[in-house]
Design a protein around this ligand. Structure first.
Ligand code: CAA
Length: 395
């Protein structure tokens, strides 16, 4: 009996015609609408409201959320493909899209009740409002469970005090998912999640961060001073907040892997074009082995990142029905793709030499934007801890 070969379309994964169509639509949108404004927003640090609004209108802000809650009702592969294309045009738009989709929409959909979904998820998934996720504090980043902020129950409200930091989209958010301590004596089992309306009294935007990269995405501290949050806005069960935060980060890390993949591809494609065209010592620079080795290493790492990222997307899709965790797949994809983005953007600057260092071309922006992918939603060191713990506990 002949063995049936799987149908492989493209470099590694079979895409459905719908997924291919979404990738193409995202590519056209990103190159037409985002690429031309990316340098301006990087230079000024202005939040790109017009293009983010257009992303919402195109369905890119709540891609996996069912249409009844304002989303596009698509699968994780479609989301990852679209995010890759958006990030290829601009890493900062990729960040805004990833946090909105993978953290906020995902969290509200999977942990929210129907009332919370109607009220908070619908405007976020449709792009009418922007969502933010707030776990980190000035003294607790990687060690997320040691947070100092507090929520104290008073009747049918919680009174929240404390300072959160590094909140992506914090200054522009219409809805914020907050993780804070309701029972400090219980450690990570004393953390709860809340849906915050930032325009209510007691919630203030603190210091806004001036950053090396993804400068168009707004990042700030959020300060709570006797903010009164209705108990109806608690997301999930009291004390389950840490697990909810970690589950959202599993989803988030798949998104950051896709963002990193897009950045790496942008740097790679520019490098190939330059190596084919630029001449030195009487020949195209692509004819020198020194450049060929860089191109080969970039390409190989990109394709490995793609496999890991699409594999994590498939694992996340399977989790919808099985409920199984995909922590390992997400961490491996995020780790490898973000280090690949850093490697490729670094090599791309080197291949372009002076032009890579110049702001005339986007290479130096790709290089600066790539760095954050090794840091946020868990540093590369934390991803290694997560991967090793999964393996050592399971085997
Ligand atoms: N899904 C569900 N539950 C999980 C989980 C997951 N992925 N990971 C851990 N848990 C559960 C564990 O099973 C455990 O449950 P029990 O206590 O009932 O046994 C509990 O959570 C605690 O787990 P750990 O003992 O492993 O927790 P830890 O304190 O040792 O921390 C860690 C583990 C991996 C280091 C974790 O703290 C971590 O991922 N840190 C990095 C945090 C991070 O990524 N921060 C970035 C925030 S967002 C951001 O970057 C900005 C932005 O705006 C996007």
């Amino acid at each position: 009996m002949p063995i049936e070969e799987p149908v492989i379309d493209g470099p590694c994964f079979a895409l459905s015609p719908e997924q291919e169509m979404i990738r193409q639509a995202a590519r056209e949108f990103a190159q037409k609408e985002i690429a031309p404004v990316a340098a301006h927003h990087d230079e000024t640090g202005e939040f790109p409201y017009p293009t983010v609004q257009k992303m919402g209108a195109q369905g890119f802000m709540g891609m996996e959320i069912p249409e009844e809650y304002g989303g596009a009702g698509l699968d994780t592969m479609s989301y990852v493909l679209a995010l890759e294309e958006i990030s290829k045009a601009d890493g900062a738009h990729g960040t805004i899209m990833s946090v909105n989709n993978s953290l906020v929409c995902y969290g509200l959909y999977y942990f929210g009740d129907d009332e919370q979904r109607q009220k908070y998820l619908t405007p976020i998934a449709s792009g009418q409002k922007i969502g933010a996720y707030s776990l980190t504090e000035p003294m607790s980043g990687s060690d997320a469970a040691t947070m100092k902020s507090r929520a104290v129950r008073e009747g049918d409200e919680y009174v929240i005090n404390g300072r959160k930091s590094w909140v992506t989209s914090g200054p522009v958010a219409g809805v914020l998912l907050l993780f804070t301590m309701t029972a400090p004596e219980l450690g990570n089992h004393g953390i709860s999640a809340f849906i915050i309306e930032p325009d209510r009294p007691g919630c203030f935007i603190g210091k806004t961060e001036s950053k090396l990269g993804i400068r168009a995405s707004a990042t700030a501290e959020i300060v709570f001073e006797n903010y009164r949050c209705p108990a109806a806005n608690r997301l999930g069960v009291e004390g389950q907040g840490f697990k909810i935060a970690m589950a959202m980060l599993d989803a988030g890390r798949v998104g950051i892997a896709a963002q990193a993949l897009g950045l790496a591809e942008a740097a790679y494609e520019a490098s190939v074009a330059y190596a084919r065209e630029r001449e030195a010592f009487g020949q195209k620079i692509g004819q020198f082995e020194g450049i060929q080795w860089k191109i080969a290493d970039m390409k190989t790492r990109i394709e490995a990142s793609r496999l890991l990222t699409y594999n994590a997307a498939q694992a996340k899709m399977r989790a919808r029905t099985s409920g199984a965790r995909y922590t390992l797949e997400a961490a491996m994809a995020k780790l490898f793709a973000s280090e690949t983005a850093m490697f490729c953007t670094h090599q791309a600057v080197q291949i372009h030499a002076g032009m890579g260092f110049s702001r005339e071309l986007p290479l130096e922006r790709y290089f600066r934007d790539a760095k954050i992918t090794e840091i946020y939603e868990g540093t590369s060191e934390i991803q290694r801890v997560v991967i090793a713990r999964q393996e050592l506990a399971l085997r």
